[in-house]
Design a protein around this ligand. Structure first.
Ligand code: SF4
Ligand code: SF4
Length: 454
């Protein structure tokens, strides 16, 4: 196997805190009494409900779809009765129409039987033709489960002008505390490689890679063992460096290819997918199973029993945190996602969606709390930026409403990794300002389009 690979410039080392859960096997949670299932859990247009209050639904039953525009189907995660379709708050502070389902008293048959996922197909098993694969992936409602939530059936549609020669499964998982992909690689490596093989053949790529940072030794062991069975698939070891999980840095590290600024990996012949997404592809294509739950980590210095859980979609953060024993201290911060790029919230009614990669409870000031202290011009934010930007200057423009100048200095090239915020000795909320800068730039772009329609 080739040596350890890494991207060349920028990035930083973080306190990883993965030891809290790397040894915790994935535990399937019981269905909660009530789920709130958002009709938009993907990039694109929301689904329209196809069930009504009073209707009974089963696990995996289609409850939302939209054929007009980019979208991904939504299925029920529990067996029960639809009680309402109403607006509910989401973690990004938006609101979304949701299907509310109350669970049946009898909790038998709430989830697909575990043996419905066996046998797991090996390297000699045929892969259905590309149209059939895309159809099954679309029916299952699969989206990028690393956080991007882009509909996977669309990602598998390769354009003639951008052929794909390589597929990379992103197992870097460089966010502190989060061990979702780590555990999936340890426990479901065979399904992961089968999913990668299905994707590789569907998009016509020569080679597939599963890339994992070396801070996950058990996962590395499993993917190296598994890769020996698959002639066109390889396991790749990555150095531990934040943000290896950013797509452009992953492509650079694995294949030594530069993805040009403002372009996607497919511009250099590469498709990147998340670990859990590839396993969902196996579930959909080989077993006809829709996405009704996801694996995520609940961890942090303030969680009583950190662990990795298979969670029905629509379960509230409150129910989820309670399943992990609740907070062990009174004063804490709740972060959805990892502590570097996640979103702080105090709303425990927010539901788990297909893109919720983790929930972290940390002490105030541990990662996410920032204050607007003065910049001491130390330059650390510049030296760690993996996109070679000047976060200090960009954020000064953003804060002074100089959006065009922020654009000139590359605010839209920022990948929101948070490395600059993390190293800033003045604890300036650079990531928050960069997010604001991108939002202001989007408004400006809309305005430009309105004034100069093509
Ligand atoms: S400016 Fe953006 S890309 Fe650079 S370190 Fe900060 S968050 Fe990451
Ligand atoms: S790291 Fe913080 S204090 Fe140092 S230059 Fe950047 S913004 Fe200023």
């Amino acid at each position: 196997m080739p040596g350890i690979r890494k991207f060349p410039i920028g990035g930083t080392h973080l306190p990883e805190n993965k030891d809290l859960t790397t040894g915790s096997p994935i535990r399937a949670l019981d269905p909660p009494a009530r789920v709130v299932i958002p009709l938009k859990q993907h990039l694109g247009v929301p689904c329209k409900p196809i069930v009504s209050p009073g209707e009974r639904v089963s696990v995996g039953q289609l409850i939302g779809a939209n054929k007009e525009g980019l979208s991904a189907r939504i299925h029920s995660s529990i067996r029960g009765t639809v009680t309402a379709i109403e607006r509910h708050s989401m973690v990004d502070h938006s609101e979304c129409d949701c299907v509310i389902i109350e669970r049946d008293q009898n909790t038998d048959n709430q989830t697909p039987a575990p043996d419905s996922r066996t046998p797991i197909k090996g390297p000699d098993a045929p892969v259905p033709d590309a149209d059939t694969v895309r159809e099954r992936v679309e029916e299952a409602g699969i989206v990028g489960m690393g956080g991007a939530a882009f509909p996977t059936h669309v990602k598998l549609q390769v354009r003639k002008d951008t052929p794909i020669d390589s597929v990379i499964i992103n197992g870097a998982e460089c966010e502190p505390f989060i061990t979702t992909d780590d555990r999936l690689m340890q426990e479901r490596a065979a399904e992961l490689f089968r999913g990668l093989e299905i994707i590789r053949i569907t998009v016509g790529a020569r080679t597939g890679y599963v890339a994992c940072e070396i801070n996950k030794p058990e996962a590395i062991k499993r993917i190296v063992e598994e890769s020996a069975r698959w002639p066109h698939l390889e396991a790749v070891r990555l150095d531990t460096r934040y943000p290896h999980g950013a797509e452009k840095h992953l492509v650079k590290a694995v294949l030594d290819r530069e993805v040009p600024i403002r372009q996607l990996p497919m511009s250099v012949g590469v498709l990147v997918n998340n670990v859990q997404t590839a396993i969902a592809v196996t579930d959909a294509v080989d077993h006809g199973i829709a996405v009704t739950s996801r694996v995520l980590t609940v961890s942090g210095s303030v969680v009583s029993h950190p662990g990795n859980f298979q969670v029905p979609l629509g379960m509230s953060l409150g129910d989820l945190v309670a399943a992990a024993g609740g907070p062990a201290e009174d004063d804490y911060r709740l972060v959805v996602g990892g502590p570097m790029t996640g979103i702080l919230t105090d709303d425990f009614s927010i539901p788990v969606t297909k893109s919720t990669s983790g929930v972290v409870l940390i002490r105030p000031g541990e990662y996410a709390d920032r204050s607007a202290e003065v910049c001491i011009r130390c330059g650390r934010c510049v030296s760690v930026c993996p996109m070679y930007l000047q976060p200090n200057r960009i954020t000064t423009f953003v804060r002074n409403d100089m959006t065009e100048e922020a654009e000139e200095f590359g605010v839209n090239d920022c990948i929101l990794c948070g490395a600059c915020s993390f190293v800033c000795p003045s604890r300036r909320p650079l990531l928050q300002w960069l997010r604001e800068g991108k939002a202001k730039s989007a408004v400006l772009a809309d305005d430009r389009r309105r004034r100069n329609p093509v």
